[in-house]
Design a protein around this ligand. Structure first.
Ligand code: OXD
Ligand code: MN
Length: 590
C-alpha cells in the first residue's frame, strides 16, 4: 500500500472496507502532482489504454477509446437508492439500498484483483470555500484518474480541508468486465455514497460530475437550502465594463458548451461587448448576503461533445482542446497523430482509424467519430474563461434561462411572469433526445429543468424545492425559456443560432432591467420584433415574427402531454404547478 495522505479514520476505514471487497494488488493515492500525473499517462500509453497524440500540434493531448458497448450514460441502469421508494420518485429507477449493496458487492467481489486501486481525493468547488463539497473516488481506471484530474480539483489539500470529519462523498468505481447486463450507476443519497460498476464511460464513472455534483448535490441542496442544477453560467460584459451573469439549463448535447463560450456577433464586439464563461454544464446556486442568487461552477474542466465543434460553432472550445486534453471516441488521423470528428472541417483524414479503432474509409458513409465522442479539457485553457471562475463567492445571477430542442411549439424566447410561473416553465421543458444517453435519438421527451436524469430524489419534491427557494430569495433572477431549434417545413433550422443567440440574451437582460416592453401571450411575455437587435443579420422580420409565434393549438396538445407527465411524476407535484397548468389551459382556450 502506498503512503496514505490523511489520518481521517472515516476515510481510512472506508477505503479498507472497499479494498477488502475489491481486493486490489495495491492502493495508490492521487496527490495532484504533475509528476504522478505524467507517470500515469506513461503507464496508460504502455498498456494501450491511451494513445499519445502529436505533441507538437497537440501538446499534452491523448486519445482514448471506450468499449464499443459503453459509449454514453445509461439512464436505464442508473438508480437512486433511498430507503423509501417514494423518496426516489416515479421518474427515477429505484432499488432498495440493502438489496443494491448486496447485489453490487457480488459484482465488486475481487473486481480489482491484480489491479491498482487509485484513491482520488477531490473537491467540487474551490477548496475551502463555502460552496465546496468534497469527495473521494476509488477506481481501478487510470483513464478515470486522468479525467478527474482535469474535471475536478484533486490533491492532498482536499484531505487537509476535510480534516477529521466524515463529511465526504464516498465513490466506488470498478470497470469489472464492462458487462452491460450488470452495469450499475447507483446513488445512496442518505449515505453520501455512489457505486458504479461495469462501465468506463465518462458520465457513468467520473463520479464528481453527474453522480455527485447533480444527483447527490441536488439531494443535499434540498436539505441545506441551495440548488444544484444542470446549467451553464456565462457573463456578458457591457462596454462600460459591467458584467451581468446568466445561467441556462438545456438537456445534454443541446449546445450548453457553445452558448457558454459564445462569441458575440461583430457589431456587438465593435461596441465593446464580451462574453465570459464561468461554466458549461453544472451550477451550484446559493442565496447571497445581498439577497440575490449566486452561482459557482463546481467543476474544473469541460467534458464536451466533440462532433459539431469547429472554428465557427465554437472557436473557444476548439482552442481549449489544443493542449492538455483527453479525447474519447474520436477519429485518429494516422498521418500526423491528430484527431478528427464529424463537423470539425470538410477534410476527413484519409489514413485514419474510427472511434472503434478500425481502419476508416471516410467515403463509405459511416461515421468516424462516435456521435457522443468527447473532449476533456482544462477550464484554464479556455480563452474566454471568466476571471470569476476561481472566485469562491461565485457570480450573482440576473436571469435563468431554460431551453429545449423543439421543432415547433416553443417560440425563440419568452419570459415567465413570476418565479412560480418560471418554475412551471422549467417543469414543462421538453426536448428531442440526443446521443448523450443511450436509446433512440430525436424523440420528444419531458426533461424538466434539463434535470430528468439528474435529480437525486422525487421530481415533485424537486419542483417543491424550486418553489420554496423562490420564497427565500429576496431578489430572485427572472426566468426565461428559449428554443434555438425551430425548423421549417424541410426540417432546416430557422434561427442561425451560435453567436447570434447573443441577440436573444440581450433582450433577456433588457427585460430584467425593465428597459423593453413585451407582448403578453398565453404562455408569457414574447418580444416585439423591433426590440430584438437584428443588425447585420440576414433574416427577414417576417421570419422572426414566425419564430416568436405562439400556436394555441400546438400548445393545447402540449398541455395534454404535460398533464400526462405530471400524472407520471405522481402525487408530490405541487398544487401551485397544477394551478399554473390550469391557468395556462384557460388562457390558451380563450
Ligand atoms: C454531459 C451530459 O456529459 O449531460 O454533460 O451527458
Ligand atoms: Mn450535461
Amino acid at each position: 500500500m502506498s503512503a496514505t495522505m490523511t489520518k481521517n479514520r472515516y476515510v481510512l476505514n472506508w477505503i479498507d472496507e472497499m479494498a477488502k471487497m475489491t481486493r486490489p494488488a495495491k492502493i495508490v493515492w492521487i496527490d495532484g502532482t504533475e509528476q504522478q500525473e505524467e507517470e500515469l499517462r506513461r503507464e496508460a500509453c504502455s498498456t494501450g489504454e491511451m494513445t499519445k497524440l502529436n505533441q507538437e500540434l497537440l501538446p499534452g493531448c491523448y486519445l482514448h477509446r471506450t468499449a464499443i458497448n459503453d459509449v454514453a450514460r445509461v439512464e436505464g441502469r442508473t438508480f437512486i437508492c433511498t430507503r423509501k421508494k417514494e423518496d426516489a420518485g416515479n421518474i427515477n429507477n429505484w432499488i432498495d439500498p440493502k438489496e443494491c449493496y448486496a447485489r453490487l458487492s457480488k459484482l465488486y467481489d475481487g473486481a480489482m484483483e491484480g489491479k491498482t486501486m487509485y484513491v482520488i481525493p477531490y473537491s467540487m468547488g474551490i477548496v475551502g470555500s463555502d460552496f465546496a463539497k468534497y469527495g473521494i473516488e476509488l477506481t481501478d481506471s487510470i483513464y478515470v484518474v486522468l479525467n478527474m484530474l482535469i474535471m475536478t480539483r484533486v490533491g492532498k489539500n482536499v484531505l487537509d480541508a476535510l480534516g477529521d470529519e466524515p463529511g465526504f462523498i464516498k465513490g466506488l468505481h470498478a470497470k469489472a468486465q464492462l458487462d452491460e447486463e450488470n452495469r450499475y450507476i447507483c446513488h445512496f443519497p442518505e449515505d453520501n455514497t455512489i457505486w458504479s460498476v461495469n462501465s468506463g464511460y465518462g458520465g457513468n464513472v467520473l463520479l464528481g460530475k453527474k453522480c455527485f455534483a447533480l444527483r447527490i448535490a441536488s439531494y443535499l441542496g434540498r436539505k441545506e437550502g441551495w440548488m444544484a442544477e444542470h446549467m451553464l453560467i456565462l457573463g456578458i460584459e457591457f462596454p462600460d465594463g459591467e458584467i451581468k451573469y446568466i445561467t441556462a439549463a438545456f438537456p445534454s448535447a443541446c449546445g450548453k458548451t457553445n452558448l457558454a463560450m459564445l462569441i458575440p456577433p461583430e457589431f456587438y464586439r465593435k461596441k465593446g461587448f464580451k462574453v465570459w464563461t464561468v461554466g458549461d454544464d453544472i451550477a451550484w446556486l446559493r442565496i447571497g448576503r445581498d439577497g440575490r442568487l449566486w452561482a459557482v461552477n463546481p467543476e474544473n474542466g469541460f467534458f464536451g461533445v466533440a462532433p459539431g465543434t469547429n472554428d465557427k460553432s465554437n472557436p473557444n472550445a476548439l482552442a481549449t482542446t489544443k493542449k492538455n486534453t483527453i479525447f474519447t471516441n474520436v477519429v485518429e488521423n494516422l498521418d500526423n497523430e491528430t484527431v478528427w470528428w464529424e463537423g470539425l472541417d470538410k477534410n476527413p483524414p484519409k489514413n485514419a482509424l474510427n472511434w472503434k479503432g478500425e481502419k476508416w474509409d471516410c467515403t463509405d458513409g459511416s461515421k468516424g467519430a462516435h456521435p457522443n465522442s468527447r473532449f476533456t479539457a482544462m477550464a484554464t485553457n479556455c480563452p474566454c474563461l471568466s476571471n470569476k471562475f476561481n472566485d469562491p463567492a461565485g457570480v450573482p445571477i440576473t436571469a435563468i434561462v431554460f431551453g429545449g430542442r423543439r421543432a415547433r411549439t416553443a417560440p425563440l424566447v419568452y419570459q415567465s411572469t413570476s418565479w412560480q410561473n418560471g418554475t412551471f416553465v422549467g417543469s414543462i421543458m421538453a426536448s428531442e433526445t440526443t446521443a448523450a444517453a443511450s436509446g433512440a435519438v430525436g424523440v420528444v421527451r419531458r426533461d424538466p429543468m434539463a434535470m430528468r436524469p439528474f435529480v437525486g430524489y422525487d421530481m415533485g419534491d424537486y419542483w417543491g424545492h424550486w418553489l420554496d427557494m423562490g420564497k427565500m430569495i429576496p431578489n430572485p433572477p427572472k426566468i426565461f425559456h428559449v428554443n434555438w431549434f425551430r425548423t421549417d417545413d424541410e426540417g432546416h433550422f430557422i434561427w442561425p443560432g451560435y453567436g447570434e443567440n447573443m441577440r436573444v440574451l440581450m433582450w433577456i437582460l433588457a427585460r430584467c432591467e425593465g428597459k423593453v416592453d413585451a407582448k403578453k401571450t398565453p404562455i408569457g411575455y414574447v418580444p416585439f420584433v423591433k426590440d430584438l437587435d437584428l443588425e447585420g443579420l440576414d433574416i427577414d422580420e417576417k421570419i422572426v415574427e414566425g419564430l416568436l409565434d405562439v400556436d394555441a393549438k400546438l400548445w393545447l396538445e402540449d398541455v395534454a402531454g404535460i398533464r400526462e407527465f405530471y400524472a407520471q411524476v405522481g402525487s408530490r407535484v405541487p398544487t401551485e404547478l397544477y394551478d399554473e397548468l390550469n391557468a395556462l389551459e384557460d388562457r390558451l382556450k380563450k
